[in-house]
Design a protein around this ligand. Sequence first.
Ligand code: URA
Length: 319
Amino acid sequence: MGNRKDNKRSGAGHSGKGSSNSGPTSSGGQRSDSGSRGPGGAAGKRRPGSGTGAAGARYRGKPTGANRRPTSTPVLTLDEPVRLNRYIASSGTCSRREADDLINQGLIKLNGEVVSELGTKVSKGDRVMVNGKHIVPVDREYLLMNKPTDTITTTSDEKGRRSVMDLLDAQEYGTLGLFPVGRLDRHTTGALLLTNDGDLAHRLMHPSYVVSKQYLIETRDPVDEKQLTALQTGVELEDGIAKADRVSYADDASPTWLVMSLHEGRNRQVRRMLEALGNEVVKLDRVRYAGLTTEGIRKGRWRRLSRDEVAVLYRKVKL
Ligand code: URA
């Protein structure tokens, strides 16, 4: 069993929503079956569009689609000196922009000296410390997980709840500084990107880069046409009007199943939008994130993105 501390983000200051560096995670590596029924998986009830479903799936800690071309990008070779912010970002500590903030805050040391110049370069053999911790560049990894229910998207949790990080093989991924990009509620399932590429994560979470997400929603009560229109034109939430980019019935035969696309990522947004209509979400599955779908990935499993998929993400956020 791996040391769960290895899974925590190493340095200071990553603004990844849902990341938390405090406290121990729940005991590591155990896979259970608790999330395996999937949305609509209650006896006799199948979610619209589901095939054989995830029933019976067990978390085995192995990536799905292991035959895909590996996508980790090579570690910085330092054949040429590189800017300090790039070096820090390549350690999975944070994005380059956040690295600049850390430099400005005097939290970075190069060969024992506090760095004050943003343009400082790092060469082979240099020793960089972030907030007192020695960092080294690591391969960049991109995993797409199908998050099961009853898992949280923080990297650690003082209450010992099971985190998505506990589903990863600590030996393989524990030292890479992976973290979830954005957050999903504890009982929301579906597409979740995990990476140590701070620059990409930063942009994917930034509201100015429009990243579309699609949700399959089961509601407690039927949603009528008028309510469907309200979701599309805007419902009032405490933090302002929220509207779907698109929303429709997932299945013409069932007014309790919706498919909704959103580019905003406000906290519990889908649940709150339905609550604003006096309804309640009983199952929420993110079936698509930034064009990536969970197709072929069982709940609690993941696959590495292909190089092309990573390139598409980069283009989407103008990197
Ligand atoms: N909207 C929600 O309400 N919850 C999620 O987890 C994601 C989107």
